[in-house]
Ligand binder design. Structure first.
Ligand code: MTE
Ligand code: LUZ
Ligand code: MOS
Length: 750
């Protein structure tokens, strides 16, 4: 099935928050953010701003009727700053005016005095000063301390990985208006409709049933709207509730980039020990996560770093510790991969270091240490249906990895100013929210009298194609044409208590709930049909909109069946609830079975480096990916392509930089470079590993959203290979993103 949104997206007809026709009397908001990264607010003066014609009201924390608290996991973040500010752009006041231009003008007239305090930018600096958001956590397996003595080789090193701006095309925004009896309806560009509802209710001091959140679709989220859409919905709702008028707030790109958190930069130390046969015997790493000024989702992201710190490998003795460090940056947040890419970059770096020092191919060490069937993950889960090796073997077979390696060598021996590099990146990514209770979802299905179907789930469409997949589920269960089915917006009054659409689990969780609802309806319809045909319910089936009796067509079509069932007063509405079975995790022991299954794959990345300029082009990314039994190959391939490019951007181009004063320097698309059509790999080839797919994936089609992001990590190591081919003096180091400037420096390092 084609993505239902393609045509409307392409022709500009899809409706986003900013496209919703506004009601008469709508007011427009703008956020006044802190100009300083840390300090005490001495004086806040609105007198000039308030005088501006068209300004309705300026809100501060004093106007909040409920709790001034938006922290989800830990309550450590105010909606609007009170006495102290902790990062540049931290919301202090919310101006509401007759037009957006007026509101933005008023912002410029606000005067503030801040008594500045010490600013911390880097995670290690925060760690040294004892500035932690939460206590550290450690995952352990085996016994590293006694194992070092048994290792033939031991290497140590340091690894840096940078932040990443989400750069969703649609910036954060919301539109809130009053409804009957003190209720508020909010259109929000959020991945977490229930989170918006819950936190807004907390801020307004009203029950959740007074807040209705509706989400048609997002112009991208990538994790940046898992919980950071919430404050902008809260502000619009606060003003709307207070003034009893519609209020709209859409962030400008510059404000969005300054105010919102990004991927967490990590700084890490590793120690890796290998045997003569290049088996990794022990691995120890300490990671310093730059959390920003509030904890946001950092505790959960820390957890996923711990889970994925050994990548696609089995290492019998491991010890991994993560510190979540408090700095004066916007609170960093979810971003595709959710801490896993940062952990995996460290193990890949450790292997690269070993390969370099031992003068062997990195691929060789990688391949000797792949996770195998019935190995135990360092968190106690038994590895089952492991496909790391299978993906690699298939890649070897169809792409001829050794031949690629030889071709690269040959090219390098013949060329002086251009060098090529190749790297293999294996993938193992756990599917399920690491917090077990979040793995639940619901769906609501109506069959209307004319045989058309309306479905609602908790899943939010952000470009990943989940709505199309939902329609496929209903069409498959009922065996009806997809045109009969409409997917409704995601709305908290139709489907309540949703988890955010995140952790790549949107389709699995919501699709399974939807399947349960549809199965229940189908069963009832079969009973109606059996009654019509005067036969047993087990003899009836529906295929291609026709009722079959014992496998033979009858003259009862879908429409007649529905009409008859309705007249017979059969309920044509159903609700489905799904909770992922088997998963659990015991935090006190740091062991359990947190993931329903894992996604596997292999990517081979090749790059050509211009050694005069330090610029490069990625020639190929050749992938064997374990999709399970993909339910939509064009959507899933699109997810792989997008994720690969986003991953390459993270490791080679996108450099988030802050000044010493805590100000974001890379605050526009001229100072923050994301991959464009010229920098995407010339060729991305994707082959599916042939498997039946796991029981807990939707229709055995594995989750696809985040896992292929990790393939982008291969780009870093392909580049390193190319640099070394040109400059044998280059001492390999791990400082992502490896931008052209950094490449150039390394090409001529002495
Ligand atoms: N694809 C597009 N086009 N836009 C997005 O914002 N977000 C990614 C991924 N793919 C995203 C995307 C992230 S971070 C996640 S967690 C998943 O989609 C969420 O959707 P799913 O759970 O339905 O896969
Ligand atoms: N969000 C979350 C996530 O709350 N828990 C997770 O485990 C997760 N994993 C990936 C992306 N978002
Ligand atoms: Mo994705 S980081 O789980 O929104």
């Amino acid at each position: 099935m084609k993505n239902i949104d393609s045509k409307n997206h392409l022709t500009g007809k899809s409706v986003y928050v900013d496209d919703i026709p506004v009601q008469t009397g709508t007011l427009f908001g703008a956020v006044f953010g802190s100009p300083k990264a840390h300090g005490i607010i001495k004086n806040l003066n609105f007198s000039e701003a308030e005088k501006l014609e068209g300004v309705e009201k300026i809100f501060t924390y004093k106007d909040i009727p409920g709790k001034n608290q938006i922290g989800g996991i830990i309550e450590d973040e105010p909606l609007l700053a009170e006495n102290e500010v902790h990062f540049i752009g931290q919301p202090i006041a919310f101006v509401v005016a007759k037009s957006e231009i007026i509101a933005r003008k008023a912002i410029k007239l606000i005067k503030i005095d801040i008594d500045e305090k010490e600013i911390i930018i880097h995670a290690r600096e925060a760690h040294k000063k004892g500035q932690l958001l939460i206590p550290p956590r450690t995952f352990k397996m085996g016994d590293i301390s006694s194992e070092w003595a048994k290792c033939d080789y031991i290497f140590e090193g340091r690894v840096e990985s940078g932040g990443q701006e989400h750069l969703y095309i649609e910036t954060q925004g919301s539109y809130a208006y009053p409804m009957d009896s003190g209720s508020i309806k909010i259109h929000s560009s959020t991945q977490g409709a229930t989170l918006v509802q819950k936190i807004t209710a907390r801020v307004l001091n009203v029950p959740m049933h007074r807040i209705e959140v509706d989400v048609a679709r997002l112009g991208g989220g990538f994790g940046g709207k898992e919980d950071q859409a919430t404050p902008y919905a809260c502000m619009a709702a606060l003003a709307s509730y207070n003034l009893q008028k519609p209020v709209k707030l859409i962030l400008h790109r510059l404000d969005d980039m300054h105010m919102t958190g990004k991927r967490h930069p990590y700084s890490s130390d590793f120690k890796i020990g290998l045997s003569k046969e290049y088996k990794i015997l022990a691995y120890q790493t300490t990671l310093y996560q730059n959390g920003g000024a509030a904890s946001d989702l950092s505790p959960a992201i820390m957890e996923r770093t711990l889970f994925h710190s050994t990548g696609a490998y089995f290492i019998p003795n491991t010890e991994v510790t993560v510190y979540s460090c408090k700095t004066n940056l916007p609170p960093n947040t979810a971003f595709r991969g959710f801490g896993a890419p940062q952990g995996m970059f460290v193990i890949e770096s450790a292997i690269a270091k070993a390969a370099c020092e031992l003068n062997v191919s990195k691929t060789l060490i990688q391949e000797r240490n792949f996770l195998k069937e019935k190995d135990t993950f360092q968190y106690g889960q038994l590895a089952e249906n492991v496909n790391v090796g299978k993906c690699y073997d298939t890649a070897s077979e169809i792409y001829h990895i050794e031949q690629i390696e030889q071709e690269v060598e040959e090219f390098n021996s013949k060329n002086i100013n251009y060098k090529k590099g190749m790297a293999m990146m294996p993938l193992c990514f756990g599917i399920s929210f690491t917090k077990t209770p979040m793995n639940q979802a619901r769906a609501l299905v109506h069959i209307y009298q004319d045989g058309s179907v309306g479905i609602s789930t908790g899943a939010i469409e952000m470009g990943q194609g989940v709505n199309t997949k939902m329609i496929q589920v209903a069409a498959k269960v009922f065996s009806i044409r997809t045109e009969r089915i409409k997917i409704e917006s995601t709305n908290t009054t139709r489907v309540a208590n949703t988890s955010p659409t995140a952790a790549s689990s949107g389709a699995d969780l919501n699709g399974n709930a939807l399947k349960i609802a549809c199965d229940k309806l189908l069963d009832r319809l079969k009973q109606s049909a059996a009654k019509m045909l005067n036969c047993n319910h087990s003899e009836v089936s529906i295929e291609n909109e026709t009722v079959l009796k014992n496998g033979m067509n009858t003259d009862i079509q879908w429409e007649l069946l529905i009409e008859t069932a309705f007249l017979d007063r059969i309920c044509l509405t159903e609700n489905g609830h799904y909770a992922t079975p088997i998963i659990n995790f015991d935090k006190s022991k740091e062991t359990g079975h947190p993931f329903a299954y894992h996604v596997y794959g292999t990517a081979i990345v090749t790059v050509t480096l211009d050694c005069i300029r330090g610029t490069y082009e990625f020639d190929d990314v050749k992938i064997v990916h374990d999709f399970g039994n993909s339910m939509n190959t064009s959507i899933d391939n699109g997810q792989v392509e997008g994720a690969v490019v986003q991953g390459i951007g993270w490791t080679t181009m996108e450099e988030v930089s802050f000044g010493k004063d805590g100000k974001l320097l890379s605050n526009s698309l001229s100072t923050y470079k994301v991959p464009d059509i010229y920098s995407v790999p010339k060729n991305i080839e994707i082959k599916a590993l042939k498997t039946d797919g796991p029981e807990f994936a939707l229709l055995r089609s594995k989750a696809i959203g985040e896992p292929p992001f990790m393939y982008g990590i291969g780009a870093y190591f392909a580049l390193i290979k190319a640099i070394r081919a040109f400059n044998p003096n280059y001492k390999i180091d791990f400082d992502s993103p490896l931008t052209p400037e950094k490449v150039l420096m390394r090409l001529y390092q002495e």
